[in-house]
Design a protein around this ligand. Structure first.
Ligand code: UCC
Ligand code: FAD
Length: 633
């Protein structure tokens, strides 16, 4: 009998360190999404830079910056005022880690890629794939990036509207050419990949009376005309004076903001640079004072603040009274980022879970001389396979939205065949599926990350400062905001129902109808040239039936009833679109795991009515669980 020896702090069992791998190699759905949504030539062209980014995001140096940003939290310098009572410009202090991460994001074109004309309609897909990987290693600098992208989008649309040939220009400012100059310069900054030039943007919608319902906005815009003040580029600061109080500002270190304010004709959308030149030529704040920073569950490095606005000078975007509609463009972009972040965080959580499952030893198995790693336990792989399937479906859904946005923005540019060519159909799909994707990916991401955290046992709940690559608890904390900001889940449900029952209702249902028909047609003339040799006809029939039941219910019930069941509406549309995407992915190359994922999804989701009718042999199911969880091993 060997002598029993107690463990000490330096002897006994030590867990082998888990290792993260390059996302394009370790996470099959990332590469598969790229193949499904990018034309072959674009896929080949962007693969090397995507691969390099996937290395960068797991580089210990990058993760050390995240740890620094989470440790050195933002704060306000002193009182925010000089000894003589002058407001101090740039009183907000952020960490070196935060600043460097901002710069890395800018240099890697996290925003600019979405506007890369060489990529055409694929630009948004490539951008999405970058964001998906970058988000979980960025300390959430992606939050300001999202609003930066949204602001660029809104300003580009406004530049089109006020272009010399346009007759749509009807506000009281007789200053189109100055406005064009100001917005053109702002767009240059928002899309720059030079950190010395680039601006992030704020998005100030939420006030104390409400963020979901902005009708009670207490910020007021008054038209005063040019007052001679200039922004830091020497351009006029804007003819509107803005006064009010904004309850949440995430990108508080931004170069400009888009905000809502009341005008005599109702809500307006306004653009304002955050800094100006004072009469002595020094940089000063443009009527902005930070009241205090918020103390939050997660997104700790993000300098979220309450802001008092007094005498800020701004430019009207769009027309008075159309503020919500005019900022709507931005919402669709930021909600896409939200979905990219949800799925990106979820994917990283799964990568961490896999890395642990591969090395964690089960002592009772080791003592029996059996394969002893956690990943060999059928109950464990069933849990991981379940969340992996949800993640695969949600990632396809979110990349689909990115591809639709890319096509709406570049209607004449070719795409992968899964995206329709008809502009109205693409626009209607985008408008309907964006809130569905935002709501679904956020909720599933949070729940999925909780499972990933639990799968590491106690270590999962730790901050793991010494091994920041393992910090799944941080991802879980950060992810919890994704279902709240940019519209809560119930607000997304309301928005979805408004689309279904509103003036776009028939068009959006027709758009899904046509897309489903094309996607689920499996004969040799189908638009994807699918080489399908597998039989998914029962699954396809179930999807078609589920959709027709949904359409019948949506059309026959009142808007009030549908609003009450808004979450079910979101779930059903999401299930149908995800199922069709999983089938398209499976038929793209007949990959057996992808086929199993498509089958499983349809046969286990209540939406499709297979419940209890399909009881395959449990050992065969377990083998598939292992394959779905650890496909690349
Ligand atoms: O939370 C925030 C920032 C956080 C950080 C961002 C990070 C991003 C991800 C990064 C991840 C790391 S900023 C605050 C965000 N706030 C919201 O999202 C507001 C939530 N509430 C809503 O979305 C509501 O649905 C409202 C406020 C839009 C509803 O207002 P109303 O007044 O009831 O408006 P309606 O009646 O629904 O819409 C008015 C008009 C309609 O057009 P018309 O008049 O032509 O029929 C709508 O079709 O606006 C149009 N509209 C839209 N158009 C409304 N929503 C949209 C839309 N999404 N797209 C296009
Ligand atoms: P409320 O609108 O009061 O909502 C409370 C509850 O009522 C929610 O559960 C909501 O779902 C429900 N509800 C409201 N309306 C409806 C409806 N029509 N149907 C069903 N249910 C409904 N905002 C900005 O403008 N800019 C920012 O930079 C920003 N950054 C943020 C950063 C963080 C970390 C957080 C947490 C929030 C941030 N927000 C920002 C605010 C965010 O957008 C709002 O918190 C959110 O939109 C909800 O608004 P609210 O807090 O006023 O809650």
């Amino acid at each position: 009998m060997p002598k029993l020896v107690g463990a000490t702090s330096t002897s006994g069992y030590f867990q082998q360190h888990p290792k993260l791998y390059n996302g394009l190699e370790d996470d099959p759905i990332l590469d598969r999404s790229a193949k499904l949504f990018l034309p072959e030539k674009v896929y080949q062209q962007v693969y090397p830079s995507l691969h390099a980014l996937c290395d960068l995001v797991i580089d210990p140096k990058t993760l050390a910056l995240v740890a620094n940003a989470e440790h050195d939290l933002p704060y306000i310098k002193g009182t925010g005022f000089s000894s003589f009572g002058h407001p101090i410009p740039d009183a907000l202090v952020t960490s070196p880690g935060w600043k460097e991460l901002q710069d890395i994001g800018i240099r890697n074109g996290i925003v600019a890629t979405g506007y890369d004309s060489a990529l055409g309609a694929s630009a948004r897909v490539v951008q999405f794939l970058k964001l998906h990987q970058w988000g979980p290693s960025s300390a959430v600098v992606t939050c300001p990036s999202a609003m930066q992208d949204g602001a660029a989008n809104v300003l580009l649309r406004e530049l089109q509207r006020i272009s010399p040939g346009s007759r749509a220009y009807d506000d009281k400012e007789d200053n189109r050419s100055i406005k064009r100059k100001v917005f053109t310069r702002a767009v240059e900054r928002l899309l720059s990949i030079d950190p010395a030039i680039a601006w992030t943007s704020g998005q100030w919608m939420t006030e104390r009376p409400g963020g979901s319902d902005v009708a009670g906005t207490e910020t007021v815009a008054t038209y005063e005309g040019d007052n001679g003040e200039t922004d830091i580029d020497g351009n006029p600061l804007g003819p509107w004076r803005i006064d009010g109080f904004k309850w949440f500002s995430s990108a508080t270190d931004c170069g400009c903001v888009l905000l809502l304010a009341q005008t005599e004709k109702g809500l307006g959308c306004f653009f304002a640079p955050t800094r100006k030149l004072d009469p002595e030529g020094a940089v000063a704040m443009n009527g902005i004072r930070i009241q205090r920073l918020k103390n939050k569950l997660g997104t700790k490095a993000v300098p979220t603040a309450e802001i008092e606005v007094r005498g800020m000078r701004a430019w009207l975007v769009g027309t008075e009274g159309r503020g919500v509609a005019n900022i709507g463009t931005l919402l669709n972009v930021t909600r896409l980022y939200n979905a990219g972040s949800s799925t990106g965080f979820f994917g990283r959580g799964l990568a961490i879970a896999r890395s642990f499952g591969r090395v964690r030893v089960m002592p009772s198995l080791a003592l029996k001389g059996l394969p002893d790693k956690l990943r060999t336990l059928p109950r464990y792989t069933k849990t991981i396979a379940g969340v992996t399937l949800t993640y695969r479906a949600d990632t396809l859904l979110a990349v689909f939205v990115a591809a639709l946005v890319g096509k709406v923005e570049n209607p004449d540019s070719p795409t992968a065949a899964i995206i329709p060519t008809d502009h109205d159909q693409v626009a209607a799909l985008m408008r309907l599926i964006t809130p569905v994707s935002k709501a679904r990916t956020a909720k599933n991401g949070i729940a999925g990350l909780q499972e990933c955290m639990e799968s590491l046992g106690g270590v999962g709940y730790m901050e793991n400062q010494e091994n920041p690559e393992m910090n799944v608890a941080r991802l879980f904390r950060d992810a919890n905001v994704l279902s709240i900001w940019e519209g809560t889940t119930d607000v997304m449900a309301t928005d979805t129902v408004k689309v279904v029952k509103g003036k776009l209702g028939a068009q959006s249902i027709g758009a899904v109808d046509a897309w489903l028909k094309a996607t689920l047609s499996s004969n040799s003339t189908d638009p994807y040239g699918a080489k399908s040799s597998v039989d998914l006809s029962a699954e396809k029939a179930a999807i078609t039936k589920a959709w027709s039941i949904f359409v019948y219910n949506a059309q026959s019930r009142s808007i009030d009833e549908l609003l009450a069941y808004g979450r079910e509406v979101v779930a059903e549309i999401g299930d149908v679109v995800c199922a069709a995407l999983l089938i398209a992915d499976a038929e793209n190359d007949n990959d057996p795991t992808a086929v199993e994922c498509a089958r499983r999804f349809v046969r286990t989701r209540g939406t499709f009515g297979f419940d209890g009718k399909d009881v395959p042999d449990w050992k065969a199911v377990s083998q598939w669980d292992d394959k779905i969880s650890f496909e690349r091993d």
